[in-house]
Ligand binder design. Structure first.
Ligand code: ADP
Ligand code: MG
Length: 400
């Protein structure tokens, strides 16, 4: 996770790949989301924290409009592109990284140019990446890769972009260039989180508050359980959930589901039924509206200095993801059931769903027994052993 020799290593690797010294080294973290799942694209609330796992980039600008990309984490050598020729294929590269991993950083350069921030040959660069964020584990390795690219180019080209603006441009890259219809949470988390805090974010206006999240002071630990599965279903299901939410908002005549008040939820659901909205869509609405409320509840409890008491709210969030939004899977449910039965204070899936990771809030003294119980349950069910590590709230993107 934290790799204290990382900067020297990526510098040496950059030298080996490109034969020159890099202009600098940058880092951007992965994240876990404490609460607020699939609420960001509904203009709602989220509460992620950055992990100590980061994507590092060593980088230099080029004056000839050539963009050269290399990752130590994927085979295949240097990808060379011309910045003037960067263009998204219709509908992005078709979802995920089917256009190749380089679509993420290339998409960032494209987004900076599309926004008029880089003109002519500007945007040319040599970048070498090395990441400790597990990929495809729901911990936002893709956002870390985008945000580290944008942060490096921001410095190299003196663009003066703020972290939220960087996040928006990275989301644009992932949506339009890579072709993944993600919300803004992952990029905002990677760009804006600070050490020792969770980030309370309003995805509508990007207003944010750093909420102190000192687990150790309360004798607590937040475990990340990476199930190491990613069910194929995920990509299409994400888009279909998003479509259902947008259709329901249109039917209700509101800008986004964030505008549906929790207090009138039952009446709203009855109204949707009357309007001919199917039962699945009504469950999606119930998830989003109750999830926004759960974020506010968690904030209230953290502000009151009672981190312990957020446990049941996390578990309720999982039930809502599982039953109403229908984005969980056998492995994620097994983590939650097993961890809670073994003495965890609460747990839930985190990230887009259909695999990836869960988080488990546990008293420090119970962490080992809970981890062991989860690992044993995975073994008994015939699943590969999960990867379990503590989530330490860490810093957002920065120059090292
Ligand atoms: P997640 O963001 O949850 O890890 P995604 O599917 O959104 O999962 O993004 C994973 C993809 O991001 C990888 O398949 C790869 O294309 C790209 N990626 C992430 N980290 C790196 C890296 N260090 N080097 C190259 N590509 C990376
Ligand atoms: Mg991602």
């Amino acid at each position: 996770m934290t790799d204290e020799h990382g900067p020297e290593r990526v510098t040496a690797e950059f030298r080996e790949v490109y034969g020159t010294e890099p202009g600098g080294v940058w880092a951007a973290p992965g994240r876990v989301n404490l609460i607020g799942e699939h609420t960001d694209y509904n203009d709602g609330f989220v509460m992620p924290l950055a992990l100590p796992h980061t994507c590092l980039a060593a980088a230099s600008p080029r004056t000839d409009g050539v963009l050269r990309l290399h990752s130590g984490d994927v085979p295949g050598g240097v990808v060379e592109l011309r910045v003037e020729e960067l263009a998204p294929v219709a509908g992005g590269s078709g979802g995920g990284d089917r256009g190749g991993w380089a679509a993420y950083p290339a998409g960032v350069v494209w987004a900076l140019r599309e926004a008029g921030l880089l003109t002519g040959a500007a945007g040319g660069a040599e970048l070498h990446f090395a990441s400790t964020v597990p990929t495809g584990a729901g911990l936002s390795s893709s956002a870390a890769l985008e945000v580290v690219t944008a942060t490096a180019l921001n410095d190299l080209y003196g663009l003066g972009l703020t972290p939220p603006r960087i996040a928006q441009l990275c989301q644009r890259a992932e949506n339009a260039f890579v072709g993944v219809p993600c919300g803004i949470m992952d990029q905002m988390a990677s760009a804006c989180c600070t050490e020792g805090h969770a980030l309370f974010l309003d995805a509508r206006d990007l207003s944010q508050r750093q909420v102190p999240f000192d687990l150790a002071a309360e004798g607590l630990r937040l475990l990340v359980v990476d199930t190491r599965v990613k069910h194929e279903l995920g990509d299409g299901a994400y888009a279909s959930r998003r479509d259902a939410c947008e259709a329901a908002a249109r039917a209700l005549g509101v800008r986004a589901l964030r505008d549906v008040p929790f207090e009138g939820l039952d009446a709203t659901l009855a109204e949707l039924e009357r309007l001919g909205c199917d039962a699945a869509t009504r469950r999606r609405v119930r998830h989003v509206v109750t999830e926004d409320r759960r974020v506010e509840e968690v904030i209230g409890r953290l502000d009151a200095g009672d981190t312990r008491s957020i446990g049941p709210v996390l578990t309720a969030g999982h039930a809502s993801c599982r039953d109403d939004f229908e984005i969980s899977c056998e492995e994620l449910d097994l983590v939650v059931e097993t961890a809670n039965a073994a003495g965890a204070l609460g747990s839930r899936m985190t990230g887009g769903g259909f695999g990836g990771s869960a988080i488990v809030l546990v008293a420090e003294g119970d962490a080992e027994a809970v981890s062991k119980a989860v690992t044993e349950a995975f073994g008994a069910a015939g699943h590969r052993a999960p990867r379990i590590f503590p989530a330490v709230p860490s810093a957002g993107a920065r120059r090292l």
